[in-house]
Each structure stands twice: as structure tokens, then as C-alpha cells.
Write a protein that binds this ligand. Structure first.
Ligand SMILES: [Zn+2]
Length: 431
């Protein structure tokens, strides 16, 4: 996938790319949802009304010029009035996404606002969430009610019995906010299915920001031999695959692969994960970073894991929706569900929030051949392994197990594989 470049790509190409991503991520139906961008001339580019969201082309995008004239092959979205109302009231916003993603609609129909302190980055990315009361779709009044929430400073609003409207400083920013908010909502809902979600305090969220270690020094000379470039390609592919498979969201997730000795390559910070390209990935050599690049904020943890575990050659730290149900409810993920899950994961301990903070030893002490994965409460799941594809497979197995367990709660209690059966698995597959 090419990069979504909000500086150089034409608005109609950006919109097409993002609506396609929204549709393929299951966040809108064919007919629902609309996306717009206001450019520097004050022209608003918007998705057309009643055209298939699954096959939209750049030439389908409509523009409403500053003077009100409309150009394009179709009619603009019927929800255009509220996009315009948002831009009028909040000139700092340059992109708006509206859709009816399932989890946010769940909140909107029970008339609640998702509490973004469920995971650490969401409060910062989504801000305080507004709430717009029900009004007729496409009406001027709906525009007034929504814009009335944005003018209070909200960048994301729940629309009662309807969906959500999210603004951004560019389309990448808006998409990240939209996706993160839907992810929060899913996590809260799934957490409620298996237990009770716990929320982080503002102090805990700030504590993460406060502990981020100083950046590693920059290396003077950087080389990219073929084996190093091959790792870049592997990381890029796996990150994109994880995003496409619903195992990673824009705003969180780190992937690294050991290169030579304890040197490795790692994903950067502050780049939307699905948008990562070869040149975003950061080389870490002899404790120094590639010049001009900012590696993940948990680089120190990856560095320590490689130093202490010679068998670990790749690490994925991510938020996958069903694993996060366990992470936020602090329930134990029992992987004695099917043979594959136990063989791949054996035991997945839950660790308190903060276990991944700089200088903490708990993750480093607990990871071993028999414990390749841990869940960090209200934060993420960390999976280690040899080859990156194998580590990714392990993540998929873990997420599938968590999904089966979550869905199974509506049927009855888990009947796990017993000790005797586990022993037989150990003998046959792990010794
Ligand atoms: Zn709508």
C-alpha cells in the first residue's frame, strides 16, 4: 500500500484511499458514511451521495467551491451540511469523517459516551468526546447540533441514535481519531462481555508519558546492507498485514526484528501504523539510532529482550480487540482451549499497567521459551518469537483464542483441556 501523504496527495485521492480503508475495515456499510477535506482555498471535497463506498474512484469525489458552486459527476453527500457547519465553526479542522461503525453505534443507541481512559493513547488522540442529540439526517438542525459540540473544543462527537462525526487537522489525523475511538468502544464492549472493564486514572496515563526514556544517541554513519533492507520489507509487510487483519490500529503498536548480534530494526513512533513505509523503520546499532528518526517509545524494552533472550528474534507489541478485552478486564486468558492455542502460547500471564515502563524488570523476568507472550493490563499484548511470520502467527492464534473465549461466554463456561491432555501435548509437540 502506498503512503497517504496529506501534504502532496490531491484531496480526492486522499478521500478515496481513506473511504476504502474504512470500508475494508468494516467501519461503514456500502451506503453509509462520508468523508470530506477542506483545502487551503476553502473548497470542500466530499464523497458523493448514494455511490458504492466499496468501489469509489477519485473521479467520483465532488467539490463544493468556496462560492457554493458544485462540480462533479454526482451529488454531494446528503450529510454535507453538517461537514460544512463543522468547518464554519472550527476553521482549524481540515478533514471530517462521519460513519456508523458498529461499536460507536452501540454507544449511540444506549446513549452513552465511551470512556477513553480505557487505553493509554486514546484520551490524548480522541480528547473529550462530545454528544449531539438526535436530529433528522441531512437537516440544517443536525448541522447546528453537531457543530455546537465541535465549537466546545471536541474533535469527536457521538451522534445520538446515529453514529459519530470526527474532525482532524488533516485526514490522517481524523482517521486515526475515528479508528481509535471505535477501538475504545469495542474494547469496552468486549471487556464487558467477559468481566468488568477497568479504566486508567489520568495519573497513570501521565506516568507513561513521564517515564519515556531519552532518545538513544544518533549513529554517525548508517549503512543498509541487503539483509537489513530485507528486514525493513518484512516489518513493513507484517505491520500492514496486522492492520488489515484487525490486529493493530493506527495509533499503537511496535514491531521489531533482530538484525545482527543485539542490533535490530524497529518501527517508528508517531507514524500511523498502516501508513508505515521502508524509510520510516529505524535501525538500532550498538545502542544508537539511525539519524533523524524517532524509534518506538518502548525501544528500550525490545533492546533488553534481545539482550537477554538469544532465541527471540522478533517482537510484536500491539492492541488486538479481543486480547484487549482481557487486558482491560484483568481477566485471565486461559489458552487451554484447543491444542493449537496451548502449543503456541502455553501460558499468557497478565501483568499490571506500568510493567512496560523503562527500568521495570517484570516482563524481562517472565518471558521465556514457555512464556512467549504477556498481556499488559489496559495497554497491550506483547508477543515474542523466532521468525517474524511465526510471531505474527502466534499473535493471530492468541487473538483467535481470545475471540472464541469471548464469544463462548454467551454459551457457557470454558471446559479447558485437562492436565493429562496438556502433558500429552507437551510430550508430543514441545520436547
Ligand atoms: Zn449517517
Amino acid at each position: 500500500m502506498r503512503r497517504l501523504d496529506t501534504k502532496l496527495m490531491h484531496p480526492r485521492d486522499q478521500i478515496t484511499m481513506v473511504i476504502d480503508k474504512i470500508y475494508r475495515s468494516g467501519l461503514t456499510t456500502t451506503s453509509g458514511g462520508n468523508v470530506s477535506i477542506m483545502d487551503e482555498q476553502g473548497d470542500i471535497w466530499v464523497t458523493p451521495s448514494a455511490i458504492d463506498k466499496g468501489s469509489l474512484r477519485p473521479s467520483d469525489i465532488v467539490v463544493i467551491r468556496r462560492d457554493g458552486s458544485i462540480e462533479g459527476r454526482h451529488k454531494p453527500s446528503s450529510e454535507y451540511p453538517f461537514h460544512k457547519a463543522i468547518y464554519d465553526k472550527r476553521p482549524d479542522l481540515k478533514a471530517v469523517i462521519h460513519a456508523h461503525p458498529p461499536a460507536l453505534v452501540s454507544f449511540s443507541i444506549v446513549r452513552q459516551i465511551p470512556h477513553t481512559n480505557i487505553i493509554p493513547q486514546a484520551k490524548y488522540i480522541c480528547g473529550e468526546i462530545g454528544y449531539a442529540e438526535y436530529e433528522l439526517p441531512g437537516s440544517e438542525t443536525l448541522g447546528d447540533v453537531i457543530a455546537g459540540e465541535f465549537i466546545k473544543g471536541h474533535n469527536a462527537v457521538i451522534m445520538e441514535n446515529h453514529g459519530t462525526a470526527v474532525g482532524g487537522f488533516d485526514l490522517l489525523d481524523a482517521y486515526q481519531r475515528f479508528e481509535t475511538l471505535e477501538f475504545c468502544s469495542r474494547t469496552i464492549i468486549y471487556g464487558n462481555l467477559i468481566g468488568k472493564p477497568y479504566y486508567l486514572s489520568n495519573e497513570q496515563i501521565e506516568a507513561f508519558e513521564d517515564q519515556i526514556p531519552h532518545l538513544l544517541p544518533e549513529m554517525e554513519q548508517v549503512e543498509h546492507p541487503s539483509d537489513e533492507r530485507a528486514i525493513r520489507e518484512d516489518i513493513k509487510r507484517i505491520v500492514h498485514r496486522a492492520c488489515n487483519q484487525g490486529l493493530m490500529i493506527s495509533s499503537y503498536g511496535t514491531v521489531s526484528v533482530r538484525w545482527r548480534g543485539n542490533d535490530f530494526l524497529i518501527t517508528p513512533t508517531n507514524v500511523a501504523r498502516w501508513n508505515i513505509q521502508h524509510d520510516d523503520i529505524v535501525q538500532i546499532r550498538d545502542g544508537k539510532r539511525e539519524p533523524g528518526k524517532i524509534p518506538s517509545r518502548v525501544t528500550w524494552l525490545h533492546q533488553e529482550i534481545y539482550k537477554r533472550n538469544p532465541d527471540v528474534n522478533s517482537i510484536i507489541l500491539t492492541q488486538a480487540p479481543y486480547l484487549m478485552a482481557y487486558s482491560v478486564s484483568h481477566e485471565k486468558l486461559d489458552v487451554r482451549t484447543i491444542p493449537e492455542s496451548w502449543i503456541f502460547l502455553q501460558d499468557v500471564p497478565s501483568l499490571p499497567f506500568g510493567s512496560h515502563f523503562a527500568g521495570e524488570e517484570v516482563i524481562l523476568d517472565i518471558l521465556s521459551k514457555n512464556t512467549p507472550a504477556v498481556i499488559i493490563n489496559n495497554d497491550s499484548v506483547l508477543i515474542t518469537g523466532d521468525k517474524l511470520l511465526g510471531t505474527f502467527d502466534r499473535l493471530e492464534v492468541a487473538e483467535f483464542s481470545a475471540k472464541s473465549l469471548t464469544m463462548g461466554t454467551s454459551l457457557g463456561s470454558l471446559v479447558p483441556i485437562n492436565d493429562h491432555q496438556v502433558e500429552a501435548l507437551r510430550k508430543k509437540f514441545l520436547s
